[in-house]
Design a protein around this ligand. Structure first.
Ligand code: SF4
Ligand code: SF4
Length: 655
């Protein structure tokens, strides 16, 4: 690899490495094609940013007041205010976590308010997930007898909203409804039970501003507290509220990858995270009015393709094809075949609009939080949902009309598709294995050695999607069942690993399990907020086994961490006792390196620091029973995961 970072004990790829290693031939083709056409992508901008700042990479720069930025090192170990390295590192980490929580929180807020609007009859939105409404009401101890589903849904939504926004100490009710008793006791003893997402965001910013806490350990505790708020209000809130609105997904077959785009059709991509307005847009696109508009413009039909988590939601519920993830969004538009892209919130990179302008793609934004200069803005506001019908129709019309302006000379659609079985909600997984006990028995017998949830973003710091696909291939070979969400899931879907036929790539035990049930060895459980589905599975499997989650053969894996949202995902699982194996760049600080005495200047002692020791050593382990392993190289990461699972199995007396 071209870009060496000895101080990080890692390296970053250049263009050649990316083109050699990225597993999807369609991505490779489009990256090359756009480069030859002189169209700029993230790969050009990433190379222009080399070399990256070593202080920032190690979490050793502080910009939390206007006295700085302060860059800390052995020579100058304190910032101007006197803040030490551990406090700076920890403050950066916990701030990243709450920034991610704010994003998922905003998502949860929109969907919860949409449930309220639906329940009150203020918006033409369905409550298709009655099953989830009654289930949640029971778990939360609400009165159900003799009440209408709308009335109960309204009350459930109010509880979810309170969990998102409570400002006083009081039980986070979703946490009490789902968390295992053993964990509740652990968190109570550690003093890390949260109030709400909103409160912990405020408290974290308060603790880390100039003149705030100088005790890094109290920030580490705030990291755990915030992760619990993150998990049980923003993730659970979004995932459960979406299920109340649109139903619980069930398994189905779908086609994915760039090849789903059709030259003779209107191609519309939907992108972002919240599916509320998009569902309505889909409804409008299916109307005779919009279908005949497409025909009148010479199109043979309309193709909808999903990107990122909005794509995951539609894929899971309806089998609507997905194309790609955060780092593929520019490439998708670079096919020249996309007439319109409709974006809601998060992971919409500005580079996407630059390419949209090169190819004449109509960009439509639908969320006031995600504005793009030059895009048409038709917002959805869950507190003013009255215009949803007409706005969705406007979006559908605008998107289809863009077909007439398409420059056909620029089209290049890589003819690559993959098949996938999707829709793996918690209920779907449990039913497929004849209940939690059925899956537990397979784990006990060793046909399935363990479960790894492999999730997270992409990062240009590793060859695009290479780490995701390489780790997962090795895990299924070792009979480890994989669940996946988000950007990682798009890499695995496009690589064909979510196809039931991928059972042939699995070890003998997992292959038999998959073949008997006609399922894939990699289960795409939804968008990032649906990591709660895997978490619930872990909690219920441990309960069925009569042990704590921390004793089970489960691992959280983030091979290509990129977004601030990923930090909370990892710490959520850590707080439950599930160790993390994280790729490059890891979430914990790389120890400050020291040149080796008498050796060449680029040879370093790795050294250590107390924050890294806490997360990767015994400090955190003593509190929650899990630690973080950072491994930039995917083959070595897979080896680490296999060893971890083996050690957990030995602890349980399972072979
Ligand atoms: S602000 Fe931090 S990351 Fe950015 S250049 Fe300065 S020291 Fe480096
Ligand atoms: S808070 Fe302290 S360490 Fe951070 S930028 Fe300000 S002076 Fe520097």
């Amino acid at each position: 690899m071209k870009y060496q970072y000895p101080q990080l004990n890692a390296e970053m790829p250049d263009r050649e490495d990316v083109l050699n290693l990225t597993p999807n031939p369609a991505s490779k083709d489009l990256l090359q094609h756009l480069h030859q056409q002189g169209v700029e992508t993230w790969l050009d901008r990433y190379e222009a940013q080399q070399p990256m700042c070593g202080f920032g990479l190690r979490g050793l720069c502080c910009r939390m007041c206007q006295w700085g930025p302060c860059r800390l090192s052995d020579k100058r170990p304190r910032g101007i205010c006197g803040r030490d390295m551990s406090t700076v590192i920890m403050a950066n980490l916990v701030r990243a976590l709450v920034a991610g929580m704010a994003a998922h929180g905003r998502h949860a807020h929109e969907v919860i308010l949409a449930v309220m609007a639906a329940a009150e009859g203020k918006a033409h939105l369905p409550l298709k997930g009655e099953e989830r409404v009654w289930d949640l009401a029971r778990r939360l101890g609400l009165q159900t007898q003799g009440r209408k589903p709308e009335e109960v849904a309204r009350e459930v939504a109010q509880v979810l909203l309170d969990d998102l926004s409570r400002m006083t100490m009081g039980p986070l009710r979703t946490l009490e409804a789902y968390a295992p008793a053993e964990r509740l006791e652990t968190w109570r003893t550690l003093g890390v039970l949260p109030r709400s997402a909103a409160y912990e965001i405020m408290e974290t910013l308060h603790m880390t501003t100039l003149g705030g806490t100088s005790d890094w350990m109290s920030l580490a505790e705030q990291e755990l507290r915030s992760a619990l708020a993150y998990c049980y209000s923003t993730l659970f809130g979004s995932s459960l509220a979406t299920e109340m609105l649109f139903g619980i997904p069930r398994p189905k077959l779908a086609t994915v990858n760039y090849g789903i785009l059709r030259e003779d059709h209107v191609n519309i991509l939907v992108h972002g995270h919240s599916p509320v307005m998009v569902e309505k847009i889909l409804e409008k696109i299916a109307t005779p009015e919009i279908q005949s508009l497409a025909k009148s413009l010479g199109a043979k039909g309309i193709v909808i393709g999903g990107m990122c988590c909005t794509g995951d939601e539609l894929l899971a519920r309806y089998g609507i094809p997905t194309v790609t993830n955060i780092m593929g969004q520019e490439l998708a538009l670079g096919t020249g075949a996309v007439d319109a892209v409709v974006v809601d919130m998060q992971c919409v990179i500005p580079g996407m609009k630059i390419i949209a302008d090169c190819f004449g793609t109509q960009v439509i934004t639908t969320c006031n939080s995600n504005r793009i200069p030059g895009a048409v803005h038709i917002p959805f506001d869950a507190e003013r949902p009255e215009t949803l019908e007409e706005d969705a129709l406007k979006v559908a019309r605008l998107a289809v009309e863009a077909f007439a302006r398409r420059d056909r000379s620029k089209i290049r659609i890589p003819r690559v598709t993959s098949r996938a079985m999707v829709g793996w909600s918690y209920e779907a997984i449990v039913d497929t294995f004849d209940g939690i006990t059925g899956l537990l028995n397979l784990l006990r017998e060793g046909k399935i050695k363990g479960i790894a949830t492999v999730v997270g973003c992409n990062t240009p710091k590793v060859p695009y999607e290479y780490n995701h696909v390489t780790v997962v291939r090795r895990l299924i070979e070792a009979d480890i069942l994989v669940t996946t969400t988000g950007c990682c899931s798009h890499a695995l879907l496009n690589a064909g690993l979510c196809d039931p036929e991928a059972a042939d790539l699995a070890g003998a035990g997992l292959k038999e399990v998959c073949r008997t049930r006609s399922i894939p060895p990699v289960l795409a459980v939804g968008g990032c907020v649906d990591n709660t589905r895997t978490l619930r599975l872990f909690i219920d499997l441990a309960a069925a086994a009569g042990v704590a989650v921390k004793q089970m053969p489960f691992v959280f894996v983030g091979p290509e961490p990129g977004n601030e949202k990923t930090v909370g995902q990892g710490v959520t699982f850590l707080a439950h006792g599930v160790s993390n194996v994280i790729g490059f760049p890891g979430p914990i600080p790389v120890p400050q390196p020291r040149p080796k005495e008498g050796a060449a200047p680029d040879e370093y002692e790795r050294g250590s620091n107390e924050v890294a020791d806490f997360f990767a050593g015994d400090g955190l382990f003593a509190k929650v029973g899990a630690r973080i392993y950072t491994e930039p190289y995917p083959k070595l990461a897979a080896q680490t995961i296999r060893l971890l699972i083996r050690r957990q199995r030995l602890g349980l007396g399972w072979r």
